[in-house]
Design a binder for this molecule. Structure first.
Ligand code: PGA
Length: 240
């Protein structure tokens, strides 16, 4: 693991921007794995600025998102489909055909899981962006998920639902399930870039970096990835 410590959220986002620009300069038709949540929003804002200033184009870029809630319509403002449109896609020159998130049609979930997993098997992600849950999850691979797991329907941890309740009216409105890439899909990426900011992530980062590689802390699997970069701000790195 290559650990880069920076001062704060803004510096984390800027450093991440440099790495994404480097990737796009090396390969303009890169395949990016994208994450939702508060952590990558600053990076997405910087990518939009870089695009508007004509430093980068997404014309030939393909994207695959990590996960999507089950039980929210795609057009619900808190679906990850809406999140990605709002925070990135509608501000850049990406082609709609190149954007991929798991479908979440409750009438055909099993087919949607299989279709997404098939797509991931046929595509190699050049650079996978990840956040980390306070419980150590990556994507929505909650503690206890086997490392061999591929795309699946997950029951969200109470901790995850509590952490995400800030986006909803109440905890009862937070979905109880999601479709997520499995750990095996994530580990297939050529390069993984995990971002973390804030004191509430410090313990999860410590266990990811120094703890045993164990399914009770899913992010610890990244110790086994040959090309994983971690950008942490001072608060998230405070236990390292
Ligand atoms: P956050 O979520 O970026 O909103 O903290 C991270 C995650 O759950 O992976």
């Amino acid at each position: 693991m290559n650990i880069i410590k920076v001062k704060n959220y803004e510096a984390m986002s800027k450093k991440a921007l440099e790495l994404v620009i480097h990737q796009l300069n090396m390969k303009k038709d890169s395949t990016l794995g994208l994450a939702t949540g508060s952590t990558p929003v600053g990076l997405y804002q910087q990518l939009i600025v870089a695009h508007k200033n004509r430093y980068i184009s997404f014309k030939d870029v393909k994207t695959f998102n990590l996960d999507e809630y089950i039980g929210l319509d795609r057009n619900h403002p808190e679906s990850y489909f809406s999140f990605m449109n709002r925070h990135l896609f509608e501000h850049i020159d990406i082609s709609e055909d190149n954007i991929h998130l798991p479908n979440n049609d409750i009438n055909r979930l099993e087919e949607d899981v299989k279709a997404y997993n098939d797509l991931l098997s046929k595509n190699t992600i050049d650079l996978q962006i990840l956040g980390i849950g306070t419980n150590g999850h990556i994507g929505f691979n909650e503690p206890g998920t086997p490392f061999e797991q591929e795309t699946f329907i997950v029951d969200l941890d109470m901790k995850t639902r509590e952490d995400n309740a800030r986006f909803f009216d109440s905890i009862d409105s937070v979905p109880k399930q999601a479709i997520t890439m499995g750990i095996k899909n994530i580990m297939k990426a050529n390069h993984i870039l995990l971002l973390a900011s804030g004191a509430n992530k410090a313990e999860a980062i410590k266990k990811m970096v120094d703890g045993p590689v164990d399914i009770t802390h899913p992010a610890s699997v990244l110790q086994l990835h040959p090309n994983c970069t971690v950008i942490v701000d001072e608060a998230a790195a405070s236990q390292l």
